[in-house]
Design a protein around this ligand. Structure first.
Ligand code: 1HA
Length: 270
């Protein structure tokens, strides 16, 4: 596929093709483990994809075919977080998780190879996951001295159920693509050489659909779990729709024209 680079980065690739933005971790020598810089670059790319009106769907993936992402780079783990050039320890992947859930466009995890630890959580928070047959899933926190009790626990439990989520975290086993499919953790399993083709096919199906309907559905699915913050997002979308109406425009026009608004002509639906 003729992906064109949107912006050059050090640790990720960020490209565009036919309505789709692709964010790909580019550290295959480390099984695509992330550093604070990787995450900062992914965050910026996610924001650019959100703002880009050409983009209707985002693909999150990793380069190389051996790994989607193996979580935080343990070799830069310091006292209180993962340490970058500025020597400040960070857990900034948590902000990226929030971004993935908040961007009002579907985000599809395209998983070849390992999705492990914090890398597993990244696929969990994506809206959909397409896995290659070589995909392997799992958490490692209790083995390497970490845990993600946020979306990594609660949202995982919504997906696979409480018993399975606890098994995943307490035992730190790995699960193959078929096992992941069986527990509802991924949407589809395909041969590795068809992974991108099938993922793009799914993206195209979504790109043919009403963007506002997809946006409202994503916010609605989130709202159930996200409480007040979820309602805030859904209500924000309601405001967006209201701003599109003549009724709302009458309020603004009246203010600017320094007159009393006349809402009498608008229906009072039963
Ligand atoms: O839990 C959190 C967080 C929680 C709250 C808030 C923020 C959080 C942020 C992050 C995380 C975490 O991600 S904790 C979990 C960290 N990740 C792991 O424990 C996975 C570590 N990696 C592995 O278990 C394995 O490498 C693997 C199952 C993914 C692949 O195994 P394989 O195919 O046998 O390859 P391997 O030889 O182990 O790895 C290839 C190279 O990549 C090795 O380097 P080399 O010996 O060639 O120099 C390996 O050290 C490196 N590598 C792989 N994963 C990581 C890594 N180096 C650093 N960090 C890694 N995560």
């Amino acid at each position: 596929y003729p992906w064109e680079t949107i912006k050059e980065y050090q640790e990720i690739l960020f490209s565009y093709y036919d309505g789709i933005a692709k964010i790909s971790i580019n550290r295959p020598h480390k099984r695509n483990a992330f550093t604070p810089l990787t995450v900062r670059e992914m965050s910026e790319a996610m924001e650019l994809a959100r703002q880009d009106e050409r983009v209707g769907v985002v693909i999150l993936t990793g380069e190389g075919g051996d790994a989607f992402c193996s979580g935080g780079d343990q070799s830069v783990r310091g006292h209180g977080g993962y340490v970058g050039e500025d020597k400040v320890p960070r857990l900034n992947v948590l902000d990226l998780q929030m971004q993935i859930r908040r961007i009002p466009k579907p985000v599809v995890a395209m998983v070849a190879g390992y999705a492990i630890g914090g890398g597993h959580v990244l696929h969990v928070v994506c809206d959909l996951t397409i896995a290659a047959e070589n995909a392997r899933f799992g958490q490692t926190g209790p083995k390497v001295g970490s845990f993600d009790g946020g979306f990594g626990a609660s949202y995982l439990a919504r997906i696979v159920g409480q018993k399975k989520a606890r098994e995943i975290w307490f035992l730190c086993d790995q699960y193959d693509a078929q096992e992941a499919l069986d527990m509802g953790l991924v949407n589809k399993v395909v041969p590795l050489d068809q992974l991108e083709e099938v993922t793009i096919g799914w993206c195209r199906k979504m790109l043919e659909k009403s963007p506002i309907a997809l946006r409202m559905l994503k916010a609605s699915f989130n709202a159930e779990l996200d409480g007040q913050a979820g309602i805030q997002q859904l209500a924000g979308d309601a405001t967006l729709l209201y701003y599109l109406s003549e009724e709302a425009k009458e309020g603004k026009d009246a203010f600017l024209e320094k007159r009393k608004p006349d809402f009498s002509k608008f229906p009072k639906f039963p």
